[in-house]
Design a protein around this ligand. Structure first.
Ligand code: MN
Length: 326
């Protein structure tokens, strides 16, 4: 963990002393990452600065309801722009923007991942925060800034989705209080819930159904896993991005200690989503394969065919789920 009041003041000083900023989310940006990017972009502009919101390719089109989305990846930031990076534990999470970020004059990292490597010029990393959006909200509070309705909406979406709709173990009294404060500032909880969890297309539901039907149960139902292959996508008319949310279905199993979803990005490139219950540590399991994340939720990306990744990761997951059950 790093970053206290001193960091908050140092970040504010950086904002005061520079004119150009680039706010960057992580690859496969979620609402926490992009919501934080858009909230920070608006606040910086409100302070009279030039700020441009960016995420690595491909654009997260499922998040096009977030206020300010239309401006993402539109304007190239000047080379002297200070970078604010949100919700990413390592530089590898910035995909095609990594080189751009690494040559910036300063990089401020705001994040809540346990696995954060402490990269960047300044880092405000609080693993106890439910969402990066929660850290951003507190920063704005400390700085005494007015929060507009679009910014409140972006931060509420960040908090709401990173807690799985205020359901995961990271939901605390503080999270709910900040959620309430953001609702008072104009965020609409029902609208954010509608856009986050009740706006699936027919092809998404077909993909979710096919993946649920294909799920496997092992280790006395302590381990549940499924897969999205390119053939699954062709059969359901979906794209990989629509697999968002499938892992939540898998982790709803009552006996679950470890839930895994393998995703074939392309032949030879595989991603894995992990969810666990105590005492299985998701970030430790992911860490064995170069991945990272939180204690209950983590991810892996490997340049190997899906069959090989399944063999490797399932082997470790079976061990973890079995030990966890004793
Ligand atoms: Mn997050």
């Amino acid at each position: 963990m790093s970053g206290g009041e001193g960091t908050s003041a140092a970040i504010r000083a950086l904002v005061e002393s520079h004119q150009h900023f680039m706010c960057v989310g992580h690859k496969d940006a979620d609402a926490d990452s992009l919501g934080s990017v858009l909230a920070f972009t608006e606040v910086l502009r409100g302070l009279g600065r030039q700020a441009d919101p960016w995420v690595p390719e491909p654009l997260p089109t499922l998040l096009d309801h977030l206020p300010g989305y239309a401006e993402v990846n539109r304007t190239e930031a000047p080379e002297d722009a200070v970078v604010f990076a949100f919700d990413a534990g390592s530089p590898a999470r910035f995909g095609n923007l990594r080189a751009r970020i690494e040559r910036a004059p300063a990089v401020v990292v705001i994040d809540h991942h346990l696995s954060n490597e402490g990269f960047g010029t300044l880092h405000l990393v609080r693993p106890d925060a439910a969402a990066t959006g929660e850290i951003v909200y507190r920063l704005f509070q400390e700085w005494g800034l007015e929060i507009t309705v679009p910014t409140a909406t972006n931060l509420y979406a960040a908090l709401f989705t990173d807690t799985g709709g205020f359901r995961h173990g990271n939901t605390t009294a503080v999270t709910l209080e900040i959620g309430a404060a953001l609702a008072r500032l104009g965020a609409d909880p029902a609208w954010v819930a509608l856009k986050s969890y009740k706006s699936l297309s027919a092809s998404t539901l077909r993909l979710h159904a096919a993946t649920a039907a294909a799920s496997r149960y092992e280790c006395d139902d302590r381990l549940i896993w499924s897969e999205v292959r390119q053939s699954t996508l062709r059969a359901t008319g979906a794209i990989l991005e629509q697999s968002e949310g499938i892992i939540d279905q898998l982790q709803s199993l009552d006996t679950m200690r470890c839930a895994l979803l393998f995703k074939e990005v392309e032949p030879g490139l595989t991603k894995v989503s992990l969810r666990t219950r105590a005492p299985v540590a998701a970030h430790e399991l992911a860490g064995q394969f170069g991945g990272g994340g939180h204690a209950r939720a983590a991810g892996i990306e490997m340049s190997l065919p899906i069959d090989e990744v399944e063999a490797l990761v399932l082997d470790a997951a079976r061990d973890a789920a079995t030990v966890a059950g004793t």
